[in-house]
Design a protein around this ligand. Sequence first.
Ligand code: UDP
Length: 495
Amino acid sequence: MASTLSNQLELQPHFVLVPLMAQGHMIPMIDIATLLARRGVFVTFVTTPYNATRLESFFTRVKQSSLLISLLEIPFPCLQVGLPPGCENLDTLPSRSLLRNFYKALSLLQRPLEQFLNHHLLPPSCIISDKYLYWTAQTAHKFKCPRVVFHGTGCFSLLSLYNLQLNSPHTSIDSNFEPFLVPGLPHRIEITKAQLPGSLIKSPDFDDFRDKITKAEQEAYGVVVNSFTELENGYYQNYERAISKKLWCIGPVSLCNENSIEKYNRGDRASKSNCLNWLDSMIPKSVVYICHGSLCRMIPSQLIQIGQCLESSTRPFIWVIKNRGENCSELEKWLSEEEFERKIEGRGLIIRGWAPQLLILSHWSIGGFLTHCGWNSMIEGIGSGVPMITWPQFAEQFLNEKLVVEVLKIGVRIGVEGAVRWGEEERVGVMVKKEEIEKAIEMVMNGGEEGEERRRRVEDLSKMAPKAMENGGSSYVNLSLFIEDVMAQSAHLKA
Ligand code: UDP
């Protein structure tokens, strides 16, 4: 009798999702949780108390639904590792010098997670974990289930990074600004050293940590990607071949948010603003939406250039400003001295704090998206059929820019030449002038025949995206195959 019950419990899929505590990683994981639960999977979503408060509205909706998603809150050991209290998400980290402490705190989540799983009625069938939580490889091994990695980025950048790491073409180039070929891609793509992700640059502080990530990645069973095969044709197959692992493109996962309420509080409590009424009052495709994601910290003089550009332009806009620290007070001083908000009244809207990005992007009045090229923003822009003005900052964002501008041809570069390394924003001479911002916005909003073509291409892609997600579409089928495959692997490991 007891063994029949345990056999039955093993048949119930139980997926444990362990995201990196950063908005660009947690948000798509929440969407993945929803997609899995809609297929009858029991999901345990692991996070910490502060992050849980940001996801409150999501979990309130879950409680009112029949979805089996359970929240596991593990206290984040800030004090133990020398982090300020409440510093539980990368966007609350005061400085890069505390990054190692943050990763250390993440690794201390291993024991409480394993204690929880030891006492859980349902054995885990799969752990989907962000690559940064490398120690989940040990947890998966202990609980005899496959570990699947979620990077949070697309196949184009994953393949590019893989090939750059393997062949190291940058190590034989002296100049920071001399273009060289990214090896092994279906298209001819060039990059410079100045644009490379920080992970390719040797760093004594992080090399041991990166080695652990790489080792765990090599041992992983497969990779899930928030993308769809039609978008990254050539790239997903080559990446799958390169890593010799299973890969499932199951996105755009943001499309699981169907109604306005789901879109409104996605990822955090949206700042109070009447943006929906305001957007309703605009002309179709007339508004420029400007948002630089959750982590980017632009210096005040750069933010002021954006402000000046928006002030002198005649275009309607929504500008998202993250109210964080000194950068913000200097900008606020400028805004108030300039009487910026009085001057742009009726034509522009500032959102301070968290913007309901998905809701905004999917509104018919949005005509262009000035973005920092985080992968979620890219794929949300594509899903909404909005052409982009690309302003990459760091990480793999320059690669995302290449996909959007050179391969898909749905964006215009603002023209920034080098990455801004976190904590070095003041030092890097990559200031973009008001005129350059204006020029790129005009190209996207009013780019003549070329602009129309660009818009048509992204609108075509936006029609493919929901098709991929609906019953029978590529991402829908991939999600089914993914669940079946890891369940079979889990049974095999437990046998
Ligand atoms: N986002 C949002 N409101 C904001 C800022 C960001 O909803 O004010 C969401 C955005 O829709 C995306 C995620 O946060 O899903 C940011 O991820 P992305 O990969 O674009 O950039 P990151 O913040 O990781 O640099």
